[in-house]
Design a binder for this molecule. Structure first.
Ligand code: BLA
Length: 504
């Protein structure tokens, strides 16, 4: 019997999708080295060009159409990584000539058959689309507007905004769709649906299409050489896609897709993902228009989110210094914190906010937990962290669960060790219903590629009720707590020093 290596998520993450050795049959591919030697060609290239091509040699004079030969000659010599656009006509067919240099310094030239030519790529229309998107005031309307424009330019059945969560799972946050299709907004998909190497590639190559998921790949052959290195197709438009992903599309009932990356601060923030239920090639100029739109959209989201973060940080800083002033003007720390309209509870939203000072407990808002606060904090102090926080007490501090009833989330910090001074914020359970696009468990199977994780067979909505968790403590909230702790502990330290000086 044959023994298979254990199936792990690594099977999925390690598929080398940048070197598939094949293209989608929408055209042909040629790759030349710096000396103009043809190193790789798709099996259909000679036939498409109607000429003889020999791997390992420069193209014979006349082997390439004149415009293409000229293009090749120009770009072999030009170091500019952004090649000019070109279209050529061979017989009755128009091709977009799409050139780039790959990571190994090879010049890759792809000829992509131009399907029907609509006028979406009219510069005036592109400008109008971009202008419509750019004027939206918030992320939601930006996304809605961009999806409308992408759908108008491409005619896809469904155009979705897919946003990544911190754990790399994703959620459909907006969509434009054909009337007959189900509403998918709010559906979640596990991280493994877009494995790590694909997310990495999509961060740098921001546009891809699968014109017909039922295609027969065309092999890309390499010149015989002493060190055969596969062709790096990371930035190729015709790159043949992962068979696992094609299986996924088939399971979803999707025949064609296109996706555009939304990259913010070098990170994949999300994608615009498009579906069609029949083959649906998008002409190259229309894809470029969509890509320009996605870049404007990413910049606009970055701007809005950056402004919101800066505004929150300003508000929090003002509040922290106001609280610190009150505390430094008073001997009674808990009273100083609670005596104004603004308390530590105003800094971070929660269901209860408390201060422990010596043995006294002050409640700024809400009700104290069931157990004795000093004992709870003493147990938390063992961790030695500056900030203790969890959105799932039952999971992270099971021994404290009954003492902390009725709360599920806790954020605590010690600001004065001499006086056992603590601040603590508490949040109640927030029962969350996640609607997954299919049950998110991995299925193990031995397929044609050996043992691996296969995509889900069913994409029927599957509900998971998440218990015992509170709203998460956001990075900005943790920072606000840390800033307040910092100010209060400075005050406490200088008071201790004053007391020490008075004694000596
Ligand atoms: C790629 N997975 C993708 C892509 C999307 C998704 C959008 C980009 C390619 C494209 O544009 O079609 C995921 N598509 C989705 C999701 C929705 C959608 C979440 O429409 C929701 C509506 N996928 C799996 C498993 C594996 C896997 C288990 O589910 C691996 C074992 C792999 N997905 C996988 C791979 C790619 C991919 C390898 C890269 C495809 C490529 O670019 O070659």
């Amino acid at each position: 019997t044959q023994s298979h290596p254990p199936v792990t998520l690594a099977n999925c993450d390690s598929e080398p999708i940048h070197i598939p050795g094949a293209i989608q049959p929408l055209g042909a591919l040629l790759a030349f080295d710096a000396d103009g030697i043809l190193r790789f060609a798709s099996e259909n290239a000679a036939q498409l060009l109607g000429s003889q091509l020999t791997l390992g040699l420069a193209c014979a004079p006349g082997a390439l159409p004149q415009a293409l030969a000229h293009y090749l000659e120009t770009w072999l010599r030009n170091a500019d990584p952004i090649f000019d656009p070109l279209t050529i006509t061979l017989g009755a067919t128009t091709y977009d000539v799409i050139g780039h240099r790959n990571g190994d310094g090879l010049t890759i030239i792809e000829l992509e058959r131009r399907t029907e030519d609509n006028s979406v790529a009219d510069p005036a229309l592109i400008y109008r689309s971009i202008e419509r998107v750019r004027r939206q005031p918030d992320t939601k309307s930006l996304l809605d507007s961009a999806l409308r424009e992408v759908r108008r330019a491409t005619g896809f059945d469904r155009v979705m905004a897919y946003r990544f969560h911190p754990d790399d799972s994703g959620e459909i946050v907006a969509e434009q769709r054909h009337d007959t299709l189900e509403d998918w907004v709010g559906r979640r998909y596990p991280a493994g649906d877009i494995p790590a190497q694909a997310r990495r590639l999509y961060t740098v190559n921001t546009l891809r299409q699968i014109a017909d998921a039922g295609y027969q790949p065309i092999r890309v052959l390499g010149a015989p050489s002493t060190s055969p290195r596969p062709l790096d197709m990371s930035f190729s438009s015709l790159r043949s896609v992962s068979p696992v992903h094609l299986e996924y599309m088939a399971n979803m009932g999707v025949q064609a897709s296109m996706s555009l990356s939304l990259v913010i601060g070098g990170q994949l923030w999300g994608m615009i993902a498009c579906h069609h239920h029949s083959p649906h090639p998008i002409p190259y100029p229309a894809r470029l228009a969509c890509e320009a739109l996605a870049q404007v959209l990413s910049a606009a989201i970055a701007n809005i989110e950056g402004n919101a973060r800066a505004e929150d940080a300003r508000r929090n800083a003002a509040l922290v210094s106001q609280l610190a002033e009150r505390v430094s003007a008073s001997e009674n720390v808990p009273h100083a914190l609670s005596c104004g309209p603004q308390t530590p509870g105003s800094l971070i939203p929660g269901d209860a906010t408390l201060c422990l000072w010596g043995n006294s407990v002050t409640v700024f808002g809400g009700i104290a937990p069931r157990g004795e606060l000093a004992g709870i904090l003493c147990a938390l102090d063992q961790s030695g962290q500056r900030l203790v926080h969890t959105d799932n007490i039952a999971r992270d501090y099971p021994d404290l669960q009954t003492d902390l009833v009725p709360y599920a989330g806790l954020l605590a910090c010690k600001f004065d060790p001499m006086n056992n001074g603590w601040l603590i914020w508490l949040r109640k359970e927030q029962i969350e219903t996640l609607v997954w696009g299919g049950k998110p468990e991995k299925q193990y199977a031995v397929g044609s590629l050996g043992p691996r994780l296969t995509p889900r067979g069913s994409f029927e909505a599957w509900r998971e009720v998440v218990r015992n968790t509170s709203m998460p403590w956001l990075p900005a909230e943790l920072e606000a707590a840390d800033n307040l702790r910092d100010e209060l502990s400075h005050i406490a330290t200088s008071r201790t020093a004053d007391v020490d000086r008075a004694r000596t």
